[in-house]
Design a protein around this ligand. Sequence first.
Ligand code: ATP
Ligand code: MG
Length: 236
Amino acid sequence: MNNNIAMKIENLEKTFGKDESKVSVIKDANFSLNKGEFVALVAPSGAGKTTLLMMLGCVLEPTNGKITIGDEVVYNNKWLIKDDRELRRKKIGFIFQAHYLIPFLNVEENITLLPYQNQEKPEIVKPRVKEIMDYLDMSDKMKNMPSELSGGQNQRIAIARALANNPDIILADEPTAALDKERAISVVEMLKKITREHNVTIIMVTHDDRLLPYCDKILTIKDKKIDIKENKNDTI
Ligand SMILES: Nc1ncnc2c1ncn2[C@@H]1O[C@H](COP(=O)(O)OP(=O)(O)OP(=O)(O)O)[C@@H](O)[C@H]1O
Ligand SMILES: [Mg+2]
């Protein structure tokens, strides 16, 4: 067993619908990602990026195949985990394009919601959240409401929230789509730093070619097949 593997996908397949309305989206996907890797997922609209991300996050059931997260086989033609919600809460963080902060909770409450739901103790959660917020340069915004922050600041809070329960994997669906170029680059620099310093694997959907030099690997979907390649231009 290779302890450096964060996620392994074998013969993964997804079709929607039945009979005449059957649509095949992902066919025979095989790849593995290491711990601490920053991976871009790039493909045209409708190619299946969100579908793939949702299967990797154990939110959407595949049609066939095998998904291993860390050393746990979570899916092998059926779910093998007793509690997929628990797995998601503990091992996987999500960042979405629209950041989905809860508008009537302040920043601190938004970030700590999940760890407290996981029955983690405040004396453990508080210092961790403080460290993340210092790191993201957002510590002075703990008591603010999401509506009092800019788009870029809200996106940083969404990153803080994804990190707050120490996930092994973060799945980010176009996390920079709502940001201007400079803010998009600063968010991506931050995500890359997180992969290095926290040994977290991040898969980021993006349509923005300027962000690709930051990534270690690039996943693409072409004709329903997934291709993975090392990013030779990983210069940053
Ligand atoms: N629940 C569903 N039922 C039926 N078809 C679906 C469902 N979800 C997605 N699809 C189809 O699967 C294909 C892939 O959709 P998906 O949302 O994964 O694309 P995407 O690559 O994320 O696109 P975008 O860049 O526009 O977000 C599309 O043809 C879509 O219509
Ligand atoms: Mg999508």
